[in-house]
Design a protein around this ligand. Sequence first.
Ligand code: NAD
Length: 339
Amino acid sequence: MKVRVAVNGFGTIGKRVAEAVSLQDDMEVIGVTKTKPDFEAKLAAKHYDLYVAIPENLSKFEKAEIEVKGTVEDLLQKADIVIDCSPNKVGAENKKLYYEKYGIKAIFQGGEKANVAEVSFNALANYEKAKGKRYVRVVSCNTTGLVRLIHTLKTNFKIGRVRATMLRRVVDPKEDKKGLVNGIMPDPVAIPSHHGPDVKTVLPDVDIVTTAFKLPTTLMHVHSLCIELKENVTVSDVVNVLEDEPRILLISEEDGFTSTAKIIEFAREVRKRYDLFENIVWRESIGIDGNDLFITQAIHQEAIVIPENVDAIRAMLEIAEKDESIEKTNTALGIPIKI
Ligand code: NAD
C-alpha cells in the first residue's frame, strides 16, 4: 500500500513537495490545504483533494464555490504522515494544534526552529538519524546547499574550518509585499549569520562561520565558500568527487553560465517552473590556494529542499534504506539534469 501523505500549506514549497510526492511509486498525496479561496486554491483543487487549513475559513470556500473535502483535521485523520509547508514558525503552532492531537508523524521546514523536531535532516548527511522518528525538520535552502557540499567534501577529504558567505535572493519571485529594490543588506550586520549554527544541527562536528547579505534579486542564492584542507588535494580530486554526487551539478562559465540569470534561463528549458533540485557549482570556481579550497555555488531556493522532503518520508516510516530512497527520489525527479 502506498504511504498516504498530507501536505499542510500549499505555497512555494508545498506545491513542489506535493508534486514530487505524487511522482513517487511508493507514496501518494491524499490532500493539500489552503487557507483562503484564491487562484492558488483553485489550481490546487484541479490536482488534489483540497482541505481548509484554517477551519473557520470553511464558509469562504463555500462562498467562492471551491469544492473542499473538509478541514485540516479531517485530512490528518486519513494520513500516515503530514508535510508541514506553512510559513515560518506556523509549523510549530500546527504541531501543537493538530499533529500532537492526532499523533501523526510530521515533517517541518527550515523556517521552524530546530527544536520543533527531534532531528534536523539532510538525506545525504544524516538519513539514518531520521529513521523511525516522529518529528523531522528539513533544513532551509541555504543550509541544505551548504550541508550537501560540505558533507560530500568531508566524506572524501580531511577538512578543517569552513568559512562561507551567503549572497541571498531577497524574496521569492511571487512575493509582492516585501523586497529590496536598490541596496545590499548585510543580514545580519554582525557575525555570524544563522546558517553556520544551522549547518551544525546536521553536521555537529564542522567548524563553520557564515556571513550573509540580501541582494535585490529573486532567482537564486549564491554561496562563496573557503574550506581548509588538511591533506594534499588537487582541483581535479575535488571535481571528481562533486561529479559523482547526482545532487550536485557542475556547470561551466565556458558554456555561457556567467550568472544566476543564465542558470535560470537554462533551467527554464529543462524543468517545470525552472526548478533546480541540485547544488549548482561553477567548475572554474574550484580553486586551491595553499590549504584553502574555494568554491562558488548557486542554490535555487524554491526547489533545493524538495528531494529531501521525499527522502525524509521514507526514513521516518522506515520503508527504504538511504541509498534506495535517494535513488528512487532522484529517478522520479529527473536528477541530475544532463547538460
Ligand atoms: P509560502 O508563503 O510560499 O507558503 C506558505 C503557505 O502556507 C501559504 O500558501 C499560506 O497561505 C499557507 N498557510 C498560512 N497559514 C497556514 C496555516 N496555519 N496552516 C497551513 N498553511 C498555512 O512559504 P514557503 O516559501 O513555501 O515557505 C514554507 C516553509 O518552507 C517555511 O518554513 C520556509 O522557511 C521554508 N522554506 C522556504 C524556502 C523558500 O525559498 N521559499 C526554501 C526552503 C525552505
